[in-house]
Design a protein. Structure first.
Length: 423
């Protein structure tokens, strides 16, 4: 089970309190100045307050004051340009961290009202169209779909706001702390190593989870969250990893022959800031696997190089993402990797488990693009796949498929290993 409880980080907590205190102070000041009719002073002080309530782009967020407030004071939040149209109507424009960008408009904010109020929020995307169906939660754990109406490019939501925060987001929020809590649980129950592999642009730790047996010289690599809003990929990685690290006969046999490296959260800055796709330098990490210019990518590259230099081989990698539908991007079987049919055999056996679901394999070869699966084939002559879950795929199904995918991959790799060893 994935633990979705979230502990606010201390600095975040302090920041939100500071903003709240400033808000109370400023409201009192505004009242006094209004009574004294110092209109010039009033406007300059309101402006001074608004300047402190900035969004992720450093722009004024005008929805941070008044009876109903829209706030972005929590991890993974993103509230771009917000304009209060009336007491109960708000307009939001979703903006990317930088351009050009592969459009995945992420948003996450909370609504707080001094008394129960029905409000309307109109959301528009800067550039392309909406990608995600709006979701609502009151505890950041249980999420449900929120009804909406589209009028051309404006998506409208109606929300019952009250003193208790109502969270609205593009997908379920899985912030950096969720990964830490999850990995800590994994580590406490098994012989698993959990360490810092490197640091992000903004100095956040990038963690690795490993299962290592000293006699093993073959590796499976699992990566996740290069693209922050791709939550369904993350929802697949958790059960996949739990299955390969489980106490089942198959998983134990697998771990007695293969080491496993897991880097579940490669882009912690993007996750924290609520980016649409990039890291804190504004770079798509799944285009950096040729220059290794970004610290997140170079840390993993250098570690994989170390493994190979030690005489071990990298045999297979799975990189978890999300897109419009469920699809597995693979390298061609005749590309020249060591075990040409490993991926075909794996995904065919996964497909055979489902009468009413097709495992779609899309084979491609994009030299020079800087995509991880291409890098893995070119540098290590081994298969890697991009495991893509649909944005709207049923969450229970994602979990079941990931667990079946992990089991069938272990079976296939063990079978291949047997053949390689001439058994
Ligand atoms: Zn992606």
């Amino acid at each position: 089970m994935i633990c979705l409880s979230i502990q606010a980080m201390p600095n975040r907590l302090m920041m939100s309190k500071a903003i709240a205190n400033q808000g109370d102070r400023m409201n009192k000041l505004v009242l006094v100045f209004s009574l004294l009719l110092f209109s010039n002073l009033l406007s300059s002080h309101v402006l001074a307050f608004e300047k402190e309530a900035l969004n992720n782009h450093g722009e004024v967020n005008a929805c941070n004051i008044g009876e109903v407030r829209l706030l972005n004071d929590f991890p993974s939040a993103r509230l771009d340009v917000c304009e209060q149209v009336s007491d109960t109507v708000f307009n939001i424009v979703l903006k990317p961290e930088n351009k050009p960008i592969n459009s995945s408009p992420w948003y996450a904010f909370k609504v707080v009202a001094t008394q129960p109020t029905e409000i309307k929020i109109n959301m528009k995307v800067d550039g392309k169209k909406h990608r995600y169906l709006p979701k609502v939660s009151t505890d950041l754990k249980v999420w449900s779909l929120l009804e909406y109406q589209d009028d051309e490019d404006v998506r409208s939501l109606t929300i019952s706001a009250g003193p208790k925060p109502t969270y609205i987001a593009a997908q379920e929020i899985i912030d950096n702390q969720v990964y830490v809590d999850w990995a800590t649980q994994l580590k406490s129950s098994k012989d698993i190593h959990y360490q810092v592999l490197g640091q992000s642009v903004q100095g956040r730790p990038i963690y690795k989870i490993e299962s290592i047996k000293s006699d093993n010289n073959k590796w499976l690599v699992l990566l996740g969250r290069m693209h922050p809003p791709e939550i369904t990929g993350a929802l697949a990685l958790f059960p996949f990893v739990e299955t390969v690290l489980a106490d089942t006969k198959l998983a134990k046999q697998f771990r007695s022959q293969f080491n496993i490296l897991i880097v579940p959260n490669i882009n912690p800055d993007g996750v924290e800031i609520g980016n649409w796709r990039h890291n804190a330098n504004g770079v798509d990490l799944n285009r950096d696997w040729k220059t290794f210019a970004q610290p997140e990518v170079s840390a993993i590259h250098e570690y994989l190089q170390q493994i190979v230099k030690s005489g071990a081989t990298l045999n297979m990698a799975v990189d978890f993402h999300s897109t419009r539908y469920d699809v597995f991007y693979t390298m061609p079987s005749d590309y020249g990797v060591k075990q040409p049919y490993l991926v075909n055999n794996w995904l065919n056996s996964l497909d055979a488990k489902y009468a009413d679901f097709s495992v779609i394999q899309k084979t491609g070869n994009n030299p020079g693009k800087g995509v991880f699966k291409q890098y893995f084939a070119d540098f290590y002559q081994a298969h890697a796949i991009t495991y893509e879950m649909g944005d709207n795929t049923d969450r229970t199904f994602i979990k079941k498929l990931a667990s079946d995918a992990a089991n069938t991959l272990m079976e296939t790799m063990l079978q291949d290993n047997k053949e390689l060893n001439g058994e």
